[in-house]
Design a protein around this ligand. Structure first.
Ligand SMILES: *[C@@H]1O[C@H](CO)[C@@H](O)[C@H](O)[C@H]1NC(C)=O
Length: 449
């Protein structure tokens, strides 16, 4: 089963600038354009991570940089974007919207989970709705190497479906097995560690995925690449584990982009969400990382763009700003994408957006809350009707109903976020089925299932 990580994403959204006198732990406390509090609460110190971002990190004042950056350094590179004409990429990006003209293959593991969940509903009308969820495509998470062989089985079935229907199949996967994965969280549960041959193990994991895909050129594979990883490199290099993982992450993601391109995989690199990289101070550093990584990898033609809001709860277009987003003009995914897209060059400015659990808004106490958020409902179903030429498709990346983490504080891998008042109580271990949560997602689906 998926470990907590597939959803446990994004604790870091505590990166929210705080408008009261003192910035909270992990909140932004300085950087170019930042206007919020520049002193941190007791027990934390404001540390400069880059010219755009200083953050209140645990620890007292022995920290290297004593204060936030209040003076912008000379010239951030933003001017180069407006003056640079649209250039012709050296490698032709994947042509057109990859979702067009394909039938999306339904995830077999999720279909099994839903099939087992339906008989447990006490209300037959709701059970009938729940059964329909099995027909909504979600992504298949390859979050450990042991799951890779099943990919060939799915591709074989997808190939057969394509041949019999006359419309080619599209299989959606998440590549998610970096060594020292989830470097900024307490309970990072990746199977590989950098200290123990992690990079070689990761390359082998990618090689195995490539080998599974190669025999099925008739099936289109779309992949989300490594949720959280690059966003952590933008904002969390002040976390020792992230700083230590930086070189390996970059090498591993470069290898994944290049090798997956050889078998035609259409790739979207994970780009966090509006409440993370969408803060104005983070946009330029994020774009710079995506642009430079893409260029240094040789502009792999399989790379199509970015995936946002994976396993999170943000609206694509919020009817009104959730109060927890206060201070960020990019308070929904559309605003975030429209702010980031113009900064992407040569990185291709195409996006997919997870809306699997975004049906109900204004349910979180803080933007950084991510664990089994109470009252969430399934969101807009996957569609190519996205309202933006930047967005290829609305997707469901997170399989709704799989638990984000246990609420039992005595259990292994407990994360305090999973016991907050806006997290659903009585939650089982991460990755296991959380029936009560699934039932709420169905009941509160918006639009209705
Ligand atoms: C919480 O976890 C502990 C340790 O695994 C276990 O002994 C206990 O029974 C669990 N409590 C509940 C309510 O599940």
């Amino acid at each position: 089963m998926m470990k907590r990580t597939s959803a446990g994403l994004i604790t870091l959204v505590s990166l929210i600038p705080f408008v009261l006198g003192q910035a909270q732990e992990f909140a932004q406390c300085g950087g170019i354009g930042f206007t919020g509090a520049t002193t941190c609460v007791a027990g934390t110190t404001c540390q400069v991570l880059n010219p755009y971002f200083s953050q209140c990190l645990p620890g007292s004042s022995s920290a290297p940089s004593s204060g936030p950056t209040t003076t912008p350094p000379a010239n951030p590179t933003s001017s180069s974007h407006s003056s640079t004409p649209t250039s012709t990429p050296t490698t032709t990006p994947a042509a057109g919207n990859p979702f067009e003209g394909h039938n999306i293959f339904l995830s077999p593991p999720y279909a099994s989970e839903v099939a087992a969940a339906v008989p447990q509903f006490t209300n037959s009308a709701t059970a009938a709705l729940a059964a329909k969820v099995a027909d909504i495509p979600t992504f298949i998470w390859l979050d450990e190497v042991a799951k890779v062989p099943s990919l060939g089985t799915y591709l074989s079935a997808a190939s057969a479906q394509g041949k019999s229907s006359g419309t080619p199949s599209l299989v959606q996967i998440v590549v998610y097995d970096l060594p020292d994965r989830d470097c900024s969280a307490d309970a990072s549960n990746g199977e590989f560690t950098i200290a123990d041959n992690g990079q070689a193990n990761y390359f082998n994991y990618i090689d195995q995925i490539v080998a599974q895909i190669k025999p099925f050129p008739d099936v289109r594979v779309v992949a989300v690449i490594e949720p959280d990883s690059l966003a952590n490199l933008v904002t969390n290099l002040g976390v020792a584990e992230c700083a230590a993982a930086q070189t390996t992450y970059l090498a591993c993601i470069t290898y994944a982009m290049q090798q997956l391109t050889t078998v035609g995989v259409i790739q979207y690199l994970d780009a966090g969400h509006a409440g993370w990289l969408g803060w104005p101070a983070n946009l330029q550093p994020a774009a710079q990382l995506f642009n430079s990584l893409y260029t240094s990898a040789g502009s792999p033609s399989g790379v199509r763009g970015l995936a946002t809001n994976v396993a999170n709860y943000n609206a694509l277009v919020a009817a009104s700003p959730d109060p927890i987003t206060s201070g960020n003009p990019n308070f929904d995914e559309m605003l975030y994408i429209e702010a980031l897209a113009p900064l992407l060059d040569p990185f291709p400015a195409h996006f997919i957006v997870d809306q699997g659990r975004s049906g109900v808004q204004d349910i979180r106490s803080q933007w950084g809350d991510w664990c089994n958020v109470l009252g969430a409902g399934f969101g807009t179903q996957p569609t190519l009707n996205t309202g933006s030429s930047f967005i290829d498709s609305i997707v469901w990346v997170k399989p709704g109903g799989e638990c984000d983490g246990t609420s039992n504080s005595s259990a292994p891998r407990f994360d305090p976020h999973c016991a907050l008042s806006d997290a659903t109580p009585n939650a089982p271990q991460a990755g296991t089925w959380f029936q009560a949560y699934f039932e709420t997602l169905v009941e509160k689906a918006n639009p209705p299932i």
